[in-house]
Design a protein around this ligand. Structure first.
Ligand code: SF4
Length: 58
């Protein structure tokens, strides 16, 4: 998904809480307005290793 902008919507992704307020898709209330998100990397071993690959700096 890198380099490929995901559509920003007027909705928020149900069930997703995101606190990354520096993200282009972040909405007040800790919501994500991306149409879809991708989490990376494969074979992560703990929480610290997993990140949202859809993130774009606001
Ligand atoms: S794209 Fe990822 S980092 Fe950005 S608001 Fe959505 S879940 Fe958070």
């Amino acid at each position: 998904m890198q380099g490929q902008r995901v559509q920003k919507t007027n909705e928020h992704l149900p069930g997703v809480k995101c606190v990354v307020s520096s993200c282009y898709y972040h909405k007040p209330g800790d919501y994500c307005s991306a149409e879809k998100i991708e989490i990376q990397p494969p074979y992560a071993r703990d929480t610290d290793e997993t990140d949202c690959a859809t993130f774009i700096k606001a």
